[in-house]
Design a protein around this ligand. Structure first.
Ligand code: GTP
Ligand code: SPV
Ligand code: MN
Length: 612
């Protein structure tokens, strides 16, 4: 039974050294009217108690202890399965600062619009206060936040995904900076007339708001309990708010994977890669390289913060503490490291349940089980004609369970970057790998990144959309200013700038099959990139950039013949002229602020095709 009375403000503990944190907690409780307030300490005991309560209430199913120790399955509401970009807002003072890629609202108007939704939104529920750090505690690049949420599932997720609880709270100094992040599922257990409402396994609201206030560095999220809508340290803070911070302070917040690849000679390369949602970051982060003698170590799979160090190089950290990875397509043959990582202590959301109490999803094993309970809780057989797991089903797990985690992953001030990759899902046009001719040309490649849509957000799957730097849904300010910010690093870093490459693991043949085996074989493309960085191998000039001489690409032992290689590296003039026209239209949409340097790059590529 929910308590019908809301918490008394005078009874709320004030645990922060920072009075603004305490005041915000009290003010939020007065607004949302929960029945109790709990400050989370981040302990294992706290985690286990909340998980046990959620099992009892039916939100979590405890998986078989032998097959999947200390792990849980959650099934979301069928209308709450991914990020909702259509309901995501950047509320900057001036509309032009949000730019054409964001939904904009006036901050005062948005606050007024949200107020009636937030008022009483936590009635009958517990309000949890979760202090968290993005980055290693005490690190130079690290930022702090406090998420208030009425979702215990979110509390567990934050415990796995961030450094959270008392330890993080300690680092929020009395006058230190911190980001308030308010989250409610928008499903009070007591209605406006004071009547009790029955709880459901996955409370949420049909109305959703994911709002950001960049000037005041605030986040308010209403109505969803899923992923980036609700784990506010992730896309809301570490990308949308942090990108604004980085723009003002001279650093970069990026939707990137971060790995170290070591060659057989023992030389280690730090590689970051911007790939749109569900386009291979986790797979690259945990790659088991198929070339003999190579080793890949994991630092991050989704978000990277980078800033120039004292030695003039670009240093990168992963601000997160865990992985929220796409389950479908992750299997023993494609990504064994991920499979080991999620062998225990994992929360799965929207995957299928096996008859013996384990999880399953499309692509996990070669054989499909004969019977499952699907992600919506219904009986399922291979004849059902629908996927057993939702295409955006995910696992949530701490990074330190990853067997390939780098010893440097926690390095307070990060690791210096050698190579930056940009990659999308592209059936046509884009070769497996090519190098940019310069930093500016590399920024051009980033700005023109396109990808076929996935189930990670609303919209038609498979349709090509522009996703510059994989940041289309995540840049918290004007996209053209963001491009310009990238351009400024060329001068700042000079000859210490990382080398930039474009990659595409997803090119198809005429029958729609993938031309390139992908996954662990992608090391063959990376190997070429590292040899380019060493100056150990030449490249072939083309209108779009520096291509490998295909004889320099190691294809020994894989089923890629010369004709396939030709298709993988083909640069069709007609297809590219159409693409460039499309790019020009896209630049026009972004508007007058598009940096002249990028317009010039576009003109140069076009001129090169016309010359050819
Ligand atoms: P977010 O967490 O949404 O930001 O995405 P992500 O980029 O981390 O996505 P992830 O690595 O989980 O990729 C998801 C999908 O990409 C899965 O369906 C994989 O099977 C597929 N994938 C990853 N790498 C490759 C590859 O090299 N080739 C092919 N064909 N598919 C790949
Ligand atoms: C993405 O969509 O890029 C994700 C998943 O990484 S979410 O955290 O839900 O945004
Ligand atoms: Mn992502």
């Amino acid at each position: 039974m929910p308590s019908t009375s809301s918490v008394n403000a005078s009874e709320i503990p004030k645990l922060s050294k920072n009075p603004a944190v305490n005041e915000w907690v009290v003010r939020t409780a007065e607004l949302t009217q929960p029945s109790s307030v709990v400050w989370c300490d981040g302990s294992q005991e706290e985690f286990d108690n909340i998980a046990a309560d959620l099992v009892e209430s039916g939100t979590l199913i405890r998986l078989d202890e032998e097959l999947r120790p200390n792990s849980y399955l959650a099934r979301s509401d069928a209308k709450d399965v991914a990020r909702v970009e259509s309901r995501t807002y950047i509320c900057s003072e001036r509309e032009e600062d949000a730019g054409p890629t964001n939904n904009w609202r006036d901050p005062a108007e948005m606050r007024a619009e949200l107020e009636p939704y937030l008022r009483g939104s936590m009635r009958g529920r517990t309000m949890y206060v979760v202090p968290f750090a993005m980055g290693p505690l005490g690190g130079k690049i690290t930022q702090y936040g406090v998420e208030i949420t009425d979702s215990p599932y979110v509390v567990l997720s934050m415990a796995l995904m961030t450094r959270s609880g008392s330890a993080a709270l300690e680092y929020i100094a009395p006058d230190g900076e911190w980001v308030p992040a308010l989250h409610t599922v928008g499903a009070p257990l007591i209605d406006d007339e004071g009547n009790e409402v029955e709880d459901v396994a996955w409370p949420c609201n049909d109305t959703k708001y994911i709002t950001h206030f960049p000037e005041t560095r605030e986040i308010i999220s209403y109505g969803s309990g899923y992923g980036g809508n609700a784990l506010l340290g992730k896309k809301c803070f570490a990308l949308r708010i942090a990108s604004v911070m980085g723009h003002e302070e001279g650093w970069l917040a990026e939707h990137m994977v971060l790995i170290q690849a070591t060659n057989p000679g023992g030389r280690k390369y730090t590689i970051t890669g911007a790939f749109p949602s569900a386009t291979g970051k986790t797979n690259l982060a945990m790659m088991r390289p198929k070339l003999p003698g190579w080793k890949v170590e994991t630092i991050g799979d989704d978000i990277v913060w980078m800033r120039p160090g004292d030695d003039g190089r670009l240093y990168a950290i992963n601000p997160e503490f865990g992985f929220f990875g796409v389950a479908p397509g992750t299997g023993w043959s494609t990504n064994p490291v991920a499979m080991e990582t999620i062998s225990k202590n994992t929360i799965f959301t929207n995957v299928a349940l096996t008859d013996d109490g384990d999880v399953w999803w499309e692509g996990m094993t070669d054989e499909t089980p004969e019977h499952l309970i699907d992600w919506e809780g219904n009986d399922w057989t291979p004849e059902s004609g629908r996927p057993a797991a939702h295409p955006n089903a995910r696992f949530t797990v701490r990074a330190d369970q990853c067997p390939t985690l780098s010893a440097d992953w926690d390095a307070a001030d990060g690791v210096p970057v050698d190579i930056i990759l940009f990659g999308g899902r592209r059936r046509t046009n884009v070769p497996l790998i090519y190098q940019s001719k310069s930093w500016e040309h590399g920024c051009f490649l980033g700005s023109t990144l396109g990808s076929e849509q996935t189930a990670a957000a609303e919209g038609p799957v498979g349709v090509l959309r522009r996703d510059p730097f994989a940041m289309q849904p995540f840049a918290g300010y004007h996209m053209a200013d963001y491009w310009n910010h990238w351009l400024t690093f060329g001068e700042r870093l000079g000859d210490k700038a990382p080398s930039i490459f474009q990659v595409n693991w997803f090119r198809r043949d005429a029958d729609g099959g993938f031309l390139w085996p992908g996954f662990g074989e992608n090391i063959r493309a990376l190997e070429w990139a590292t040899r380019r960085v060493e100056g150990a191998v030449g490249a072939v000039e083309s209108p779009i950039g520096l291509l490998p001489d295909t004889s320099d690409l190691d294809t020994e032992g894989i089923d890629v013949d010369e004709e396939t290689l030709r298709q993988i590296f083909d640069v069709p003039t007609e297809g590219w002229l159409a693409e460039l026209e499309e790019t020009e239209r896209y630049y026009d949409e972004i508007g007058e602020r598009v940096p002249q340097a990028l317009r010039e790059q576009l003109a140069q590529v076009r001129a090169a095709f016309e010359r050819a």
